[in-house]
Design a protein around this ligand. Sequence first.
Ligand SMILES: C[S@@+](CC[C@H](N)C(=O)[O-])C[C@H]1O[C@@H](n2cnc3c(N)ncnc32)[C@H](O)[C@@H]1O
Length: 284
Amino acid sequence: MMMHPRARPRRTKPQGQPTRGKTGRNRLRRVDNFLLRYDPALLARQDGIWDDALFVDLGYGAEPFTTLESAARFRRVNPHLRVLGVEIDPARVATAQPYADDCTHFRHGGFNLPLAADTDGRCERARLIRAFNVLRQYDESQVAAAYALMAQAMMPGGLLIEGTSDPLGRRWVAWLMRAAGQAAGAGWQTEGLVFSASFQAPFDPSDFQAVLPKRLIHRVVEGEPIYTFFAEWKRAAKETVAWRAWGERTWFVATAERLAEAGYAIDLRRRWLRTGYLIWKDAG
Ligand SMILES: C[S@@+](CC[C@H](N)C(=O)[O-])C[C@H]1O[C@@H](n2cnc3c(N)ncnc32)[C@H](O)[C@@H]1O
């Protein structure tokens, strides 16, 4: 998909509200490393009509570190990857402009991404949207509308990763949502909920509760699936605590296996579990 040289982003009112802009260098490194392993083909593809599709960092914060770091990481598999940082705070867009180049853009916008207007029947699309530590500052009632707007921007088969991390990005939880259908705005299919532990701190399932995405953070109450999941995970941790003698990593793997035995669809591949990623596939 080529963008017409005269194409300009549509001017519509950015949807959302400015929030705290706290970010940090390499805060989202583990998110990027996960994505590079989870769907490298999506990042690398340069074939056909979607070869220009964007990686969008929605809500990059006070300074554009995360966008630029991800651009460098993802361009290892796709040197021509077009990258778009979107901020609802115009001052933060201005701060980022000196870092823009032919393939790296920073635009003022919201959940309704500022994509270039259709030209010759073609328009910009996102292959991947990362919205990290953004929706956490919204009301739960606003999440569905935000997701619906982001779906409008996706190419078929594109991915949204939406989640929350701790300040250093060592612990985070995120939804993996796949753009369903061929038409933009066709909606989302949940691919899983990822729990990421860097093992730089002791493993404890309860710690993930503080970094749940907005859709879940207020739902850790009896009767809700996420409550039952944590109860099971904590029980699994107790029952397998002997594994801790072989290290936190081994213990983490043992708890995942227990969760699977209890009927949860957990991805048990060692490439995920040994590196601290627990993917709960039927979380949606
Ligand atoms: C806490 S910072 C997160 C920065 C970075 N993503 C990170 O994880 O380190 C959240 C940023 O999202 C921006 N933001 C909030 N709502 C937004 C929206 N609807 N569209 C674009 N940016 C938004 C805020 O202005 C803020 O700078």
